[in-house]
Ligand binder design. Structure first.
Ligand code: DP6
Length: 324
């Protein structure tokens, strides 16, 4: 077979309603549905070259060769593609990010969305967007949401076939900004894969999951109506509930730093004073502050003045994974 290649680009996404815990850890079928916004401007570009001449899959991230667990995770995605296409060639995978890895901005989401998109194209598989979203999901659950564009819902599903993500509103629907207050750029101690496995050990997880359909509905409605106050309230509630589960699992996971709480308190105060914004925090210490574009400059300036905030990364609603 002649070498066949493709390159794809994807954005990370910020979850408004969070994914935390799996029905199937292996297939990454979640215990609850989730909703997110793709983050424009932050990008991963991944190239995949299937080539008979190489004797094993290889992976480089930002020019550095990666082996072990990281390579295995990528190989398992390539393997699903190879099986579907009926080929045996190994692949060379090269990925570059334009944003810091391991700092609470889920780089794995953009990485596996771009990898899935490029793999399917390089192999010439006639897969639609849900199928590509499912493939990305196998690499990293939240990556399923970086395949479709704009505002996205990942349906919980009960099987591999039914657990994929879809656009619920295009990026143009609502000019939102994500102002990410970076309070720590260091690598998190417990990654999300291990964290998902601990979720069922929290006595609060059952209540969180049972209430998720209600929060999903509030979030969908807020997006549909472009209601910033309703969105701020539901994303803060959802983030707080997930962190309550994290803090009460065994072992307990604490991702917040004192600076994280300082930003959370500031955002709530600003909202009381009329500056409409809401916070949400993933498995890290950094705080994503969501607001309308018209308030973004003000939010950015204020965030920079909160002690402990090192820098503020700005993003807006972005598109889905695409070939480049
Ligand atoms: C807290 O998708 O990173 O960011 O499937 O193990 O790669 P893996 O987990 P991942 O989990 C994301 C968790 C979260 C919430 C979210 O993005 O929904």
């Amino acid at each position: 077979m002649k070498p066949s290649s493709a390159s794809a680009q994807a954005n990370p996404n910020i979850a408004f309603i969070k994914y935390w815990g799996n029905q199937s850890q292996e297939l990454r079928i979640p215990v609850n549905g989730s909703i997110s916004m793709n983050m424009a401007g932050l990008e991963t570009v991944t190239s995949v070259i299937f080539d008979d001449a190489i004797s094993g899959d290889t992976l480089s991230i930002n020019g550095k060769m990666v082996e072990g667990k990281g390579l295995e995770r990528v190989s398992s995605i390539l393997e699903i593609g190879r099986r579907a296409a009926g080929i045996h060639s190994y692949a060379q995978v090269m990925s570059t990010n334009n944003f810091p890895t391991g700092a609470g901005i889920a780089s794995s989401a953009a990485a596996f969305a771009a990898l899935a998109k490029a793999t399917v194209s390089a192999l010439g598989l006639p897969w639609d967007e849900p199928a590509i979203s499912r493939l990305a999901r196998m690499g990293s659950g939240s990556a399923s949401r970086s395949v479709p564009g704009g505002f996205v819902e990942w349906y919980v599903g009960e099987s591999d076939e039914s657990s994929y993500a879809e656009t619920i509103a295009p990026a143009e629907h609502w000019a939102l900004a994500d102002c990410v207050a970076i309070v720590s750029a260091s690598h998190k101690k417990t990654g999300s894969t291990e964290g998902h496995a601990l979720a069922p050990t929290s006595p609060l997880q059952g209540a969180r999951v049972a209430d998720t359909p209600r929060r999903l509905e509030l979030c969908r409605n807020a997006i549909r109506a472009r209601d910033m106050r309703a969105l701020a309230e539901v994303i803060e509630l959802d983030s707080n509930i997930m962190h309550a589960v994290m803090m009460t699992s065994s072992p307990a996971l604490f991702y917040w730093q004192p600076e994280t709480l300082a930003v959370m308190a500031a955002v709530r105060e600003w909202r009381e004073d009329g500056l409409l914004a809401g916070y949400t925090i993933d498995a890290g210490a950094n705080v994503h502050v969501i607001c309308e574009q018209t308030s973004a400059a003000e939010v950015q300036t204020r965030l920079r003045n909160v002690p402990g905030v090192q820098r503020v990364l700005m993003s807006s609603a972005g598109g889905g994974a695409k070939l480049v």
